[in-house]
Design a protein around this ligand. Structure first.
Ligand code: FES
Length: 382
């Protein structure tokens, strides 16, 4: 194949130039053609050597398709993980220890944890970061299997980039682990451990691949890919099966008109009260003459906010701290003051008329709709 390409290229060169009267051009053309042929043959060899990895990558859609067929069933692996008591108690202790350290560290520690949870992003940060690491490591493995100096260099750069990105990704993951629900704790612990194993294997592959990847380097990067692949599968299980990091709050669409919900006399100051409005749980809270109304289900894991701690927090005003993992929400408009929740809550305007508390939903446009309208507006004005 490479030889054919070379022949075609030489023939084309001959068509473009008068080779018999321009010897230097002809030699240059043949030299370039030879280089092209060499490069083509290297690519072919690289492909042959890495075809196992290609086959593995191509099997991913089938694998995912099969997983979809049993969405709510636990696999043997998950069942076994859940039953290992030692993992459960150790992971619970580590998780609580990190969470208590964050809470004990006061406002600065909470701000760092918020950044790592992704409160600024509007959804968890960890899954977004994993894309960089998985991408860099996967292609690093691929190029590491291929022969040739260029492939070796590319593999090295990609694995180095993956290792660097693994640091913030791991920090975000550990922060999320500090408030992971008990049902997913063992899976999360094994997921994190496998990621650590994968990182060590990739670092070993760098140590063994000085310049051109050695056989050991290829072995370590392939094993690293395997560990990372299983870990990614567990990560998917945590999101799509255990719903870790998924918004658990209710998203009411009303009432959009003022609606009576409770007699003012029935709401005592500083005594939160949970009511039901159009099928949504709402927490009412009175401080002084002001009444607040906000969705009562925590977006992190569904904690009951009427059982939380109500406090004043500077510019955020009156807030509620979730009793389960201490997310803090502003009662005024439901925005997240502190994670682990990365999702804001629905909030309501309130007023008292004829001795009755009335509420009306503060309407928010879905983020995607906001963005697309803004984009359309920009395109129209251009
Ligand atoms: S349920 Fe976890 S912070 Fe509320």
């Amino acid at each position: 194949m490479a030889e054919m390409n070379a022949a075609v290229c030489v023939w084309e060169c001959a068509g473009d130039q008068d080779l018999f009267h321009d010897a230097p051009s002809a030699i240059d053309c043949i030299r370039k053609t030879g280089q092209a042929a060499m490069y083509a043959s290297r690519l072919f060899v690289a492909y042959t050597e890495s075809k196992i990895l290609f086959a593995l990558l191509l099997s991913i859609p089938t694998f995912l398709e099969q997983s979809k067929e049993v969405p709510m069933q636990e696999t043997d692996v998950e069942r076994n993980l859940k039953e290992i008591e030692s993992i459960d108690s150790a992971s619970h202790a580590v998780s609580r220890g990190i969470h208590n350290a964050v809470l004990g560290g006061g406002e600065p520690a909470r701000k760092v944890a918020d950044a790592l949870h992704g409160t600024w992003l509007g959804h968890p940060l960890h899954p977004a970061l994993t894309d960089f690491v998985v991408g860099a490591f996967a292609f690093g493995s691929l190029f590491n299997l291929a022969s040739g100096e260029l492939n070796g260099k590319l593999a090295r750069k990609l694995i180095q980039a993956g290792a660097i990105m693994a640091v913030p990704t791991a920090l975000a993951g550990v922060t999320d682990f500090s408030t992971v629900p008990r049902r997913a704790m063992n899976t999360a612990a094994v997921h994190g451990s496998l990621n650590s194993v994968a990182l060590v294997l990739y670092l070993l592959s760098l140590r063994n691949g000085n310049g051109r990847p050695s056989g050991m380097s290829k072995l370590f990067s392939t094993l690293g890919f395997g560990a990372m692949f299983v870990s990614a599968w567990l990560g998917g299980k945590m999101t799509y099966h255990y719903r870790v990091g998924v918004d658990k709050s209710e998203r009411p669409e009303g009432p959009t008109e003022w609606t009576r919900v409770l007699s003012d006399a029935e709401l005592t100051e500083n005594r939160p009260r949970r009511i039901e409005v159009e099928g949504t749980a709402v927490v009412l809270y009175k401080r002084g003459s002001r009444i607040y109304a906000m969705a009562a289900v925590c977006a992190h894991e569904g904690g009951p906010l009427e059982e939380g701690t109500f406090l004043e927090k500077g510019a955020d005003g009156v807030c509620v701290e979730c009793p389960w993992h201490q997310s803090v929400f502003a009662m005024e408009d439901g925005h997240v003051v502190h994670g682990p929740s990365t999702y804001e809550l629905a909030a309501y305007e309130t007023r008292v008329q004829d001795g009755q508390i009335q509420i009306r939903l503060i309407e928010r446009k879905p983020v995607v709709e906001q963005d697309s309208r803004q984009l359309v507006g920009e395109l129209v004005t251009e």
